[in-house]
Design a binder for this molecule. Structure first.
Ligand code: HEM
Length: 423
């Protein structure tokens, strides 16, 4: 027998649920908002005419169905007059994330080559371990020296930036800390109804990032050095700047969010760090559970390119939907007892469970292997180098329901005090 359908939702109640979701900042509040939305049915209408999709199966359909298109330049030209005044939105619409075939196919191809399983495996072996050791080692030294330090600014952002900069051959004069901060600021324009101050900041970041990429590419065009930057500069003079923009805007804030979530878990649940010290393999199910619990990108937005359906509900062509990946990962029909944080659900002998954290279909993330490799290396190094580490203060989170990145997480280690007490 089919489960009973929830009663029809009036516009006012729907608006209340959407408001609750948009205001949620802490994961617990977000989980309550996901439950409330899911309780109202698989598709909840928003006051701006879109639909929120919460079920796992419906979100998977949005990610993989060929009828679902991005809100790229074509859609914006038709529906958002004046959008080209936003440099960050224009920049993001030049990345495959906001393109449909055939533009998508052409822009994704050179990135595919760089992030092929072979290249990523090689980079993981050659770069991920040493860079992680260096960043976490320096961070642990700073905690010992200063008593506390911010792990987001110290490791979570600089580590993925340094890795991608190394893989691309980015010149040293592009400051890695600056690049990480600007890339994070730029993608915040993707937040649902981002306020004007956030858009202004994102636009300024897009402008300076593209200037820096243009200068670096011009250098390599004059004096090629055999690296990826030289190759892109020669092969795609007009598009290379957007390949770099894609690499850093798709690869840095997302990985930083996963590393921040890892640091938070290891400092608030010390048994996890202890377990990794004893059994480094435990970092694998822990990382999967972190990706399920609060995926770095919580929302993927698409528009129906033709009349279609989600589950048993018809959706007309032109309707915009927000697939709430975070809610799909709390769907009890897919993940039993979904609000329990339990890495063992991904442990050995358990059935493989397909997460939506890296998307699906045409736009499936090209950096998933690289991100996972960094998360594993980071969890092991952090547990080893910072035994007994705790949060010195609750994490500072960005507001807005779309992205899970932590803005600041201050860490202290009890060992610091023990060592100084003994002097
Ligand atoms: C934990 C880290 C990461 C997460 C959670 C993540 C998540 C995602 C998601 C959900 C998508 C699909 C978006 C959509 O369908 O609209 C995506 C696409 C993409 N990701 Fe990632 N990503 C991560 C790290 C990375 C890294 C490290 C790189 C690059 C080195 C990368 C490069 C890309 C690219 C190029 C795309 C666009 C693919 C396309 O549109 O064809 N990502 N990512």
């Amino acid at each position: 027998m089919l489960p009973p359908k929830p009663p029809a939702l009036d516009a006012r109640s729907a608006a209340g649920l959407v408001r609750q979701w948009r205001r949620a900042v802490e994961p617990e509040a977000l989980a309550a908002a996901y439950d409330a939305l899911a309780g109202a049915g698989p598709l909840v209408p928003t006051p701006w005419g879109a639909l929120l999709v919460t079920g796992y199966e419906e979100c998977r359909q949005v990610l993989t169905g060929r009828e679902w298109l991005t809100l790229g330049a074509r859609w914006r030209d038709a529906h958002r007059p004046g959008w080209r005044a936003s440099a960050s939105t224009v920049g993001l619409c030049e990345t495959p994330l906001q393109q449909d075939p055939p533009e998508h196919t052409a822009r994704r191809r050179p990135l595919n080559a760089v992030l092929s399983p072979r290249v990523v495996r090689e980079a993981a072996e050659r770069l991920v371990e040493p860079l992680t050791e260096r960043h976490v080692g320096e961070f642990a030294a700073a905690v010992r020296r200063d008593g506390t330090a911010d792990v987001v600014a110290g490791v979570c952002r600089p580590l993925p930036t340094a890795l991608l900069a190394e893989m691309a051959g980015l010149p040293e004069w592009i400051d890695r800390g600056w690049l990480a901060a600007e890339s994070a600021a730029m993608v915040r324009v993707e937040e649902l109804a981002a306020p004007p101050s956030v858009v202004r900041r994102a636009d300024a970041a897009a402008g300076t990032l593209l200037d820096a990429y243009d200068r670096a590419l011009a250098e390599r065009r004059r004096r090629p050095t055999g690296d990826l930057l030289s190759q892109w500069a020669a092969e795609d003079p007009a598009g290379a700047r957007y390949l770099l923009l894609t690499l850093f805007s798709a690869g840095v804030p997302t990985t930083a969010a996963l590393l921040g979530g890892t640091a938070l878990a290891l400092t608030t649940r010390p048994a996890l760090a202890e377990r990794i010290r004893r059994d480094p393999g435990f970092a694998v199910p822990l990382t999967e559970e972190l990706l399920r619990w609060d995926p770095p990108g919580r929302v993927v937005t698409r528009v129906a390119g033709a009349d279609t359906a989600l589950g048993d509900r018809p959706v007309p062509a032109g309707r915009v939907v927000h697939a709430l990946i975070g809610a799909a990962h709390r769907d009890p029909s897919r993940f039993p007892d979904p609000h329990r944080f339990d890495p063992h659900r991904f442990g050995p002998g358990r059935p493989a469970q397909r997460l939506l954290a890296f998307g699906g279909g045409l736009h499936y993330c090209l950096g998933s292997h690289l991100a996972r490799a960094q998360a594993l290396a980071f969890a092991r190094a952090f547990a080893r180098e910072l035994p007994g580490a705790r949060c010195a203060a609750p994490p500072v989170r960005h507001t807005g329901p779309s992205m899970a990145d932590i803005a600041r997480l201050t860490i202290h280690s009890p060992l610091t005090y023990r060592e100084t007490e003994g002097q």
